[in-house]
Design a protein around this ligand. Structure first.
Ligand code: CA
Length: 639
């Protein structure tokens, strides 16, 4: 039996196709390096050039690659000698014209600005102890996501970081202690693969970009490393970041942008396989479902395979814990399900369940409304977000937080995690007239993210003459809605220190003065951080707020009569495994005056009221059948 099993294993190994990595990049060995590139079948010639440097200089070797004997789309070359430390490009000829040099689609290391592939021994990039690095074990319903940009987080002097704007900032005690104190357990880092818009040769000058302009999908961004000219440095530093966060029990989630590339003609896709990877309209123009000038074609075999292999690579090589898919609605359902299937169950997957324009695809796209057909994949809830802060197509329109009635059902939709629930009138929900999540962990609950105004700016822009007191009350109430939602809560980095972006709603290339976190705000507004951390601690300690199962939510959560600008519900904690509280009442009052709701007479412990949250209890109240919710705030109590 034992022999039979090992025979099966050998046969299986022979049947498994070579990984894309080995097929379309470089396979390094000290004696020789094997290069492979995949082209369209009408490619006429492929040149491989070897360089001493990542940028500039003449090639030290030029090789005409040869067709693989087994395929008319694979080209191969083997270069003898130890090429470690060298760089390479491919240049493919179609119709008598070379498309231009590029590192190919599967470079795992590149030179400065990502123009050339780099030959690196990946084992040498592992920090000390990397073999023992493990993904923290946190269930989807226990996650608390913190969306951050490396430069926002650590660039300002007030942060006191040594590695300002770098991956390494997240290894510093200042960062780790702050994140742990706040209580978030997953950082979602804005694009951290190699992107185009920051010139890595002049990092001495301030440059800023969110990074939604992909260049090399399988290499960390050089601008966040201490030396982008040394290809192994960014790889090692990225791993050090992951390792430090993992040690602190914090997951690392990568924002991935497979839906479009920086440009078409210069992209690695287009230079190796022209027009294969992009969708086109009937008139031959490129479709632009991304709003960025192009859109990739996930439904095509090699694009789908590329996405699957790319995320697997980040998990295996960098120990990444999850992925946030930018404009997931540009991709097809089948690809997203293939990605889900290819990754371990604990890898958390979510995305924007929309596109930024119409897509040239007639099949079904991974839109929010189709989430029910993508089990194990979540989507951002713009229903709840906009019901709280106001609609996405305006910066100045207010909603629930501004005392605008009619948003209650959309907030309830977000409270239950976008599942079917008897207490919601779906006809009154702003964007979705039906539930879309099978389980509450398929919905991301949030009120702000990098896109659009941050919460402080939005409150200022949408509520006339707002006072500081009002702003803080509404900010805290908004995050309480998020952090008590049965969906997976998500917050924008810096909200805990009342960040603002001076009213700039699309700060993708704004200077540091707009985007940076001002760490001194922690001392200016200590009540905000205090509330946030207690709120998060309360969520973590009480499974009633993150039951993780649609059936359990339907059985144990009931809405109470509210009215305009008042949403209230009851959770029967006794039926929730691990819950120590009995009857839990949660209410949100957006009125400028106190309101009451009816709850059974008896004694209750108040854990959230006004601008205070304390899971151990603020005070006790005796209800005579009614309880008062102060103006513009959340109230949580239990017995
Ligand atoms: Ca770059």
């Amino acid at each position: 039996m034992k022999h039979l099993l090992s025979l099966v294993a050998i046969i299986m190994a022979l049947l498994v196709p070579q990984s894309i990595n080995a097929r379309t990049g470089v396979n390094y060995a000290p004696s020789a390096s094997a290069f492979t590139v995949e082209t369209n079948s009408d490619a006429q010639q492929v040149k491989l050039r070897i360089y001493n440097d990542g940028l500039g200089g003449k090639p030290v070797k030029t090789v005409n690659m040869k067709h693989s004997p087994s395929s008319n789309t694979l080209w191969q070359a083997t270069v003898k000698g130890d090429l470690k430390g060298k760089f390479y490009t491919f240049d493919v000829k179609y119709g008598g014209k070379f498309r231009g040099e590029c590192p190919g689609i599967w470079a795992t290391a590149v030179g400065v600005n990502g123009k050339r592939g780099a030959i690196v021994d990946m084992d040498e990039t592992n920090p000390h102890g990397w073999d023992n690095d493990k993904r923290p074990d946190i269930a989807a319903n226990d996650l608390i996501l913190y969306e951050m940009h490396h430069r926002d987080f650590s660039i300002d002097e007030s942060g006191g970081f040594s590695n300002k704007g770098k991956f390494l900032a997240l290894t510093e005690p200042r960062a780790i202690e702050h994140l742990k104190e706040l209580g978030v357990n997953a950082v979602h880092i804005l694009p951290s693969f190699d992107y185009a818009s920051v010139d890595e040769t002049r990092l001495d000058q301030p440059q800023y970009n969110w990074g939604y302009d992909p260049l090399n999908y399988n290499v960390p961004e050089g601008g966040y490393s201490t030396d982008p000219c040394k290809p192994e440095v960014r790889i090692r530093e990225f791993k050090q970041m992951v390792q430090a966060l993992h040690k602190a029990g914090i997951k690392v989630i990568l924002d991935v942008v497979y839906n479009h590339t920086w440009n078409i003609d210069g992209s690695n896709f287009q230079r190796t396989r022209p027009d294969y990877f992009y969708r086109k309209n009937a008139d031959g123009t490129y479709s632009n479902g991304s709003g960025c000038g192009n859109e990739t074609a996930s439904e095509r075999e090699a694009m789908r395979e590329f996405m699957v292999e790319s995320v697997k690579y980040w998990v295996e090589e960098y120990h990444i814990d999850g992925f946030r898919f930018d404009l997931m609605g540009v991709h097809d359902i089948e690809t997203m399900n293939a990605i889900r299937k290819a990754l371990p169950n604990d890898i958390f997957i979510y995305g924007e369940g929309w596109s930024a324009g119409s897509c040239a695809y007639t099949g079904e796209l991974a839109m929010k409304a189709n989430i029910g057909r993508m089990p194990g994949i979540a989507a951002f809830s713009d229903e709840m977000r906009d019901a709280l802060r106001g609609p996405w197509d305006s910066n100045s329109k207010a909603a629930f937080l501004g005392g605008v009635k009619g948003n209650e059902e959309s907030i309830k939709f977000g409270i239950v995690g976008a599942i079917r629930h008897h207490g919601i009138d779906y006809s009154q929900v702003n964007y979705s007239k039906a539930p879309y999540a099978l389980e509450p962990t398929q919905m991301i609950a949030y009120v702000s993210c990098h896109d659009d105004m941050c919460l402080v700016d939005r409150l200022k822009a949408s509520i006339k003459d707002i006072t500081m007191d009002e702003l803080i009350r509404l900010d805290l109430m908004a995050q309480t809605v998020v952090m008590t939602s049965q969906g997976v809560p998500f917050m924008l980095s810096g909200e805990e220190m009342l960040r603002d972006k001076k009213g700039v709603h699309n700060s993708f290339e704004s200077p540091d003065s707009i985007n940076h976190l001002d760490w001194d705000n922690l001392e200016r507004y200590p009540q905000v951080m205090e509330y946030y951390k207690n709120l998060i601690a309360m969520r973590k300690a009480h499974p009633a707020f993150h039951m993780g199962s649609a059936d359990m939510v339907r059985r144990n959560l009931d809405f109470l009569p509210g009215g305009n600008c008042l949403v209230a519900y009851h959770i029967n904690g006794r039926n929730v495994p691990g819950e120590t509280w009995g009857d839990i009442y949660v209410a949100f009052n957006a009125h400028k005056r106190a309101r009451t709701i009816e709850i059974p007479a008896g004694e209750y412990t108040v854990v959230t009221r006004n601008i205070k949250c304390d899971p151990a209890g603020i005070t006790t109240v005796r209800s005579d059948g009614k309880v008062t919710i102060p103006a513009q705030s959340a109230l949580i109590l239990h017995n």
